[in-house]
Design a protein around this ligand. Structure first.
Ligand code: TRP
Length: 370
């Protein structure tokens, strides 16, 4: 896998949709309010978020969303983590090595501290009632709305398929079912997922208006945006599994060192933090800073004129030190296939119960309860 070089895509280096067309500033403003509510009463929140099983998770995922999930779980919020196995088929014909990828994700989740006793890890192909929600949901959105989705447009541009499948086109509606089947009201996501969340809110609102008989069947979930700025891959473009420029959580210390040694920097010797003019150097500084719990400026000042080699050495040490306990736990869990399978079995059971209850309500609301 990972065979398609995607840096040459038509819009790989274009600035992409503007912040406001994605609703980023509004979501950021809402974040502070949400954090206060979470601190006050975590029990009123149910979080759903997840990933496609296409390979191991990397540092971009970790600082972008994964560690936020564990933080929320540990604050007492109920957490559902979806392994979006059907969604793998949005941009490829077959889902290769699916079982292996699903297990890798479960390992990553357990290693970073998702606790299966408190949180629900599940695969959406195992939850029939979740998938059935997609049908009424599709009736609530127009083709024009699906056509406008900037994230889908971007994914189509990077797709491995010559023709756009119906699943690619409708997957944001499927994602609304992923979120609404358990009535999640909080979704920690990266900026690229904001259009999907907006559509989820629209679907919830329209369903309630059309079938709710004055009440609300579905909540309108909020996005919780990560506060960490985007990490770049070792080649200076967006860190992504498919671009071969990412550092996996599961990578060995040596592999990490090798990848970072080859990371792109620039020709200016003195190290400064300036994301606008020095994106590659600044992303490395940010990575070290996130691992060390300091600011990127502090890390930059410390390195100063010691140059890029010193920077890479610092980043490598910080990453390897930070990930050491996660990697150790991961290696332990990897020995215990029964635990992996049990985690998924129990998670799927819990998710099925939630989905069945919601579908029963939906049928009643739609007067199709026979
Ligand atoms: N589409 C998401 C991604 O590619 C994964 C995902 C599927 C998801 N269902 C979700 C994320 C529901 C948040 C909520 O990363």
């Amino acid at each position: 896998m990972n065979a398609t070089p995607q840096t040459a895509g038509p819009d790989a280096s274009a600035p992409g949709p503007s912040a406001d067309s994605l609703g980023i500033s509004a979501a950021q403003a809402r974040n502070a309010v949400l954090e206060e509510l979470i601190a006050k009463d975590p029990k009123q929140f149910r979080v759903l978020t997840g990933d496609r099983p296409t390979g191991r998770l990397h540092l971009g995922h970790y600082f972008g969303t994964l560690h936020n999930r564990v933080r929320l779980q540990d604050l007492g919020v109920e957490l559902f983590v979806i392994i979006a196995d059907y969604q793998v088929l949005t941009d490829r014909d077959v889902a290769d090595n699916l079982t292996e990828h699903v297990e890798e994700l479960v390992l990553d989740y357990l290693a970073i501290g998702v606790d299966p006793a408190r949180s629900t890890i599940f695969t959406h192909s195992a939850i029939p009632a979740l998938n059935q929600l997609m049908l009424p949901f599709l009736s609530l959105v127009s083709v024009a709305e699906l056509n406008r989705n900037p994230t889908v447009k971007d994914e189509i541009a990077h797709s491995r398929q010559s023709a756009v499948s119906g699943l690619m086109f409708t997957y944001p509606v499927h994602q609304a079912a992923d979120i609404l089947f358990c009535k999640a009201n909080l979704v920690p996501v990266g900026q690229d997922q904001l259009p999907h969340l907006e559509l989820t809110r629209t679907i919830a609102r329209r369903f309630n208006d059309r079938y709710g008989k004055g009440g609300a069947v579905f909540p309108q979930p909020d996005a919780l945006l990560s506060s960490a700025p985007l990490l770049l891959g070792t080649d200076g473009t967006k860190m992504s599994k498919s671009r071969g420029n990412s550092i996996a959580l599961a990578a060995s210390a040596d592999e990490t060192a090798r990848l970072l040694k080859g990371a792109k920097t620039d020709s200016e010797r003195h190290i400064t933090y300036d994301p606008a003019t020095r994106p590659e150097v600044s992303s490395l500084l940010l990575l070290a800073a996130l691992c060390q719990g300091r600011t990127p400026q502090e890390v930059a000042d410390e390195i100063g004129s010691a140059g890029a080699a010193a920077l890479k050495k610092t980043v490598t040490e910080s990453v390897n030190e930070y990930l050491a306990p996660i990697r150790a736990r991961r290696a332990e869990y990897a020995q215990d296939r029964d635990l992996l399978r049990q985690t998924l079995r129990e998670g799927n059971e819990r998710a099925r119960a939630a989905a069945d209850a919601t579908l029963t309500e939906v049928r009643a609301a739609m007067n199709s309860h026979y």
